[in-house]
Design a protein around this ligand. Structure first.
Ligand code: GRF
Length: 208
């Protein structure tokens, strides 16, 4: 396919296994997106190391440098994203809530992976909460980010069976394995123009 690749920024705070899956997918010449930037709020985190190893530009914007002012923190992030001419933003384990400034600057252009079948188990402890509730089926949701946390239009979901004896670690590992497939695929389909957000829902076009 010809044409330019979609410029993607990945925001991550942790070990960066989802980032790695995106970097691996983007290494294929046929993949329609390129990782233009990896931004983190955590100096020295695994995600930054993975980005550097892949030769991708990195930026760090810390919460502490902004004195806990969410709007100021978000505005600095928007300035950085603007600088890199980013067209799509993937939150891949980014553990800070961002203010509406991001969604005003990039409406319907921020995607997130969440380790539950939303709207069940929003928040930072989704896997733990699902296990505590005794669910038999957990899963993954990829959604468009809106100001309300873990509440945006759902793009794709996949179920993960809970096994007897699962703990948070073992279940989260299997959930992550699914995220590693699903998130790069959704980004690919997004870059190919297969999704449309309308009236708070994501519609998928048929065909190739
Ligand atoms: C993922 O399960 C993501 O859904 C959640 O945090 C985890 C990040 O893992 N918000 P990693 O840093 O990509 O390994």
């Amino acid at each position: 396919m010809g044409g330019e690749k979609l410029r993607l920024a990945v925001l991550a705070s942790g070990s960066g296994t989802n980032l790695q899956a995106i970097l691996d997918a983007a290494a294929s010449p046929a993949y329609p997106a390129t990782v233009a930037l990896v931004l983190s709020d955590k100096l020295g985190c695994g995600a930054l190391e993975r980005a550097t190893a892949a030769g991708v530009d990195t930026e760090v914007v810390t919460w502490e440098d902004h004195g806990g002012d969410r709007a100021a923190f978000t505005r600095t992030i928007v300035e950085v994203l603007d600088k890199y001419d980013v067209e799509l933003i993937a939150l891949a384990g980014f553990m800070r809530i961002l203010s509406a400034d991001l969604f005003e600057a990039y409406p319907n252009r921020v995607l997130n992976t969440h380790p539950s079948l939303l709207p069940a188990f929003r928040g930072a402890h989704a896997v733990e909460d699902a296990l505590a509730a005794g669910v038999k089926i957990a899963g993954v949701t990829i959604h468009v980010v809106v100001p309300e946390v873990d509440a945006g239009p759902i793009i794709a979901q996949e179920a993960v069976d809970v096994r007897p004896g699962d703990d948070t670690g073992s279940l989260h590992e299997r959930i992550k394995a699914v995220e590693h497939d699903l998130f790069p695929k959704v980004i690919e389909d997004w870059a190919r123009g297969r999704y449309e957000v309308r009236d708070g829902r994501v519609n998928e076009s048929e065909g190739s």
